[in-house]
Design a protein around this ligand. Structure first.
Ligand SMILES: CC(C)(COP(=O)(O)OP(=O)(O)OC[C@H]1O[C@@H](n2cnc3c(N)ncnc32)[C@H](O)[C@@H]1OP(=O)(O)O)[C@@H](O)C(=O)NCCC(=O)NCCS
Length: 84
């Protein structure tokens, strides 16, 4: 169906590196439910950060995030997670 993940120090901060919904399940509220489920587990933390493309900022704003500034590097040749 899809997945979301967070990396956290368990005390103050967490970072959400990736949210992904399989194409056949998109547009049905799956991504929203995944993020809400994860955020409930991170509710005790001071900061929860993620970075996303501009087109996706409305999704996260509706989930309670505010825009910020992020610095990123992307190696698109490695986007599939393996070299093959
Ligand atoms: C982005 C993604 C996770 C959204 O998942 P989804 O299950 O289709 O999202 P939902 O059905 O829960 O929709 C949540 C909201 O986002 C909006 N939305 C969904 N995909 C969108 C897109 N590509 N661009 C803009 N808005 C989008 C929906 O209209 C909905 O709006 P609402 O809150 O007003 O109802 C999914 O399209 C995906 O896996 N994309 C490829 C990977 C990706 O870009 N991940 C994000 C990395 S930060």
């Amino acid at each position: 169906m899809g997945f979301v993940q967070a990396i956290s120090d368990g005390i103050l901060t967490a970072f959400i590196p990736l949210l992904e919904v399989r194409p056949e399940f998109r547009g049905q509220g799956t991504g929203r439910r995944l993020v809400l489920h994860l955020m409930a587990q991170l509710d005790h933390l001071y900061a929860v950060d993620l970075s996303c493309d501009d087109a996706l900022t409305p999704i996260y704003e509706r989930l309670g995030f505010t825009p910020g500034r992020a610095m990123t590097q992307r190696r698109y040749g490695r986007q599939s997670g393996w070299d093959g």
